[in-house]
Ligand binder design. Sequence first.
Ligand code: C5P
Length: 214
Amino acid sequence: MLTGKRILVTSGPTHEPIDPVRYIANRSSGAQGTAIAAALRDLGARVVFVTGPASVPPPEDVEVLRVETALQMLAAVESALPVDAAVMAAAVADWRVANAAQQKMKKTAQGLPMLEFIENPDILHTLSHHAQRPKLVVGFAAETENVVAHASAKRARKGCDWILANDVSPATGIMGGPENAVHLITENKVEDWPRMAKADVAARLAARIAKALS
Ligand code: C5P
């Protein structure tokens, strides 16, 4: 059980503005993060759910912090500390538009708009090196090739404890689909979980988190 534990979950995509009416986004539905938040809640945790504009509704009976951009997500994550554990399932945009316009961009005879990009902060890396680092930090790795090798390198690079790696090649139907097939990568072990419903991945992860925090 996770009674008395406070756990942060990030979920969904971010939207990075181009101008007041346009943005850059990605195809994350928020389904896996939402299922994880619900599973942690079901084990008794107090869940803080930081979500970008997802296409599935947030779970009930969790504290919901809605954000749009990566910068807002980082601020929301830091405002939620301290927590006992964090699961970072959000698909955060790597870049934002540096020269986003304050007014709607107009079609002009002068030509096409030129977007300049600037790197977003890495929220998982920041949290893993934070003065108030949670006891357990879990990241995700969405890969399309060499899934375990890339995800293991990512675990070390980001400084998190565990990585849940999944193969998001279009042929797998995982991104936006009802099922997931993941590898749980810890400091010295790789577990290959069978393909199962995202709710079952969530329940299994929540049980592992409960064990790790007990
Ligand atoms: O580097 P990559 O985006 O593949 O890493 C994925 C993991 O890092 C996920 O857990 C994601 O939530 C997290 N992440 C983050 N902030 C970013 C980029 C990724 O927290 N700016």
